[in-house]
Design a protein around this ligand. Structure first.
Ligand SMILES: [Zn+2]
Length: 206
């Protein structure tokens, strides 16, 4: 089931968002993302990480090039849930108009992680996080699941959480380059680092 959907026109400006978009924006205290104010904004201006924006632009270029829809999975956790979502990017009837649709693949409840709670007080330090798999670098070669990182960095006891800066880990960058390179007939989403920690035997229905 599609939970969030939005469209851009040939100039990459947002032309429509669904109710799921608005609910998600409100849940993240991101009032600046609400319609109608968001309509007409260029999609790329909403993506703070340059590497992520570039991957999205290349995906859209690929779809506009007539290669058919592309899809991939990504993590979009809330404090109390690990969430594995799928993004599908499709060209709609009018040339150059692109539809983005996000569906839920799996959800796992967990103890709430304050680091992801928008209302938690923040310290002056900044913690890097991959915007695609939600892992945190322990060092440049080792990226940890968020719960592991919280334990490793001793954040349970911290009076304030570090601010989060979203980027892209090497695994996710490689996986997305593979999505861009794969033949248009292939239709399997690489999950890799973005899978939920334990095997998910049941998809969420709803
Ligand atoms: Zn990642």
């Amino acid at each position: 089931m599609v939970i969030v959907a939005y469209r851009i026109d040939a100039r990459d400006q947002i032309t429509a968002v669904n109710e799921g978009w608005s609910i998600s924006a409100q849940a993240n205290s991101a009032e600046h993302l609400l319609a109608p104010g968001i309509l007409g904004r260029r999609l790329w201006d909403l993506i703070s990480d340059p590497a992520t924006a570039q991957i999205y632009q290349e995906l859209v270029n690929r779809v506009r090039g007539g290669s058919g829809p592309v899809d991939f999975v990504f993590r979009c956790d809330s404090p109390g849930e690990r969430r594995l979502l799928q993004m599908q990017i499709t060209e709609v009837a009018e040339a150059g108009e692109i539809l983005f649709e996000v569906s839920s693949i799996a959800v796992q409840p967990r103890l709430a992680v304050s680091l992801l709670d928008q209302t938690s007080p923040r310290s002056g330090t900044v913690l890097q996080m991959c915007g695609w798999c939600k892992r945190v670098p322990a060092n440049p070669d080792s990226w940890l699941e968020i719960e592991q990182a919280v334990a490793e960095l001793n954040l349970f006891a911290a009076p304030a959480m570090p601010a989060i800066s979203h980027g892209m880990c090497p695994d996710c960058h490689g996986a997305m380059l593979a999505v861009l390179a794969k033949p248009s007939s292939a239709n399997s989403s690489p999950i890799g680092a973005r899978a939920l920690p334990q095997a998910i035997s049941q998809s969420e229905n709803g």
